[in-house]
Design a protein around this ligand. Structure first.
Ligand SMILES: [Zn+2]
Length: 146
């Protein structure tokens, strides 16, 4: 169900493409404050993770809900026009994400996905950073949080 107003939608659309989007930066700062040190991007790694924590053998992706199709999330709506185009696009994105995760796992990396809808405000950022920290200190090899 598409529950977004047009202005919110365009804000969402412009924010979710490219590197260094705001929520991503915010999560990075929050993790930094918690004492985690990392590389911002590692171009050599599959999928170019947003955050790389070598010490923890872990990478973090901040996924935009629209492009990466966050399940049951209102930001992952399907535009009403050009449905074929969008569904092909989304399937391609999902396939690429699955492949990226697989390749990283094969290289021995643990993979965390943080959904962007969970880090839209200060509380969300703090909560997601705390959850990320818990995951980093666990043995879990793969998790999604929002
Ligand atoms: Zn979402």
């Amino acid at each position: 169900v598409d529950s977004l107003t047009p202005s919110k939608r365009s804000e969402n659309m412009s924010r979710i493409r490219g590197r260094d989007t705001k929520p991503e930066k915010a999560l990075r700062s929050a993790l930094h404050r918690l004492g985690y040190r990392f590389r911002v991007t590692s171009r050599n790694l599959p999928g170019r993770p947003d955050i790389v924590l070598r010490k923890h053998c872990a990478v973090i992706f901040v996924h935009g809900c629209f492009w990466h199709r966050h399940r049951n999330c209102s930001y992952a709506y399907v535009p009403k026009t050009n449905r074929t185009f969008w569904s092909e696009k989304f399937e391609g994105n999902k396939k690429r994400d699955r492949l990226t995760k697989l390749r990283l796992r094969k290289l021995g990396w643990r993979v965390l996905v943080v959904w962007e809808c969970g880090i839209r405000d200060k509380q969300g950022i703090a909560r997601s950073a705390a959850r990320s920290a818990r995951w980093l200190n666990s043995k879990s090899v793969w998790r999604e949080i929002q």
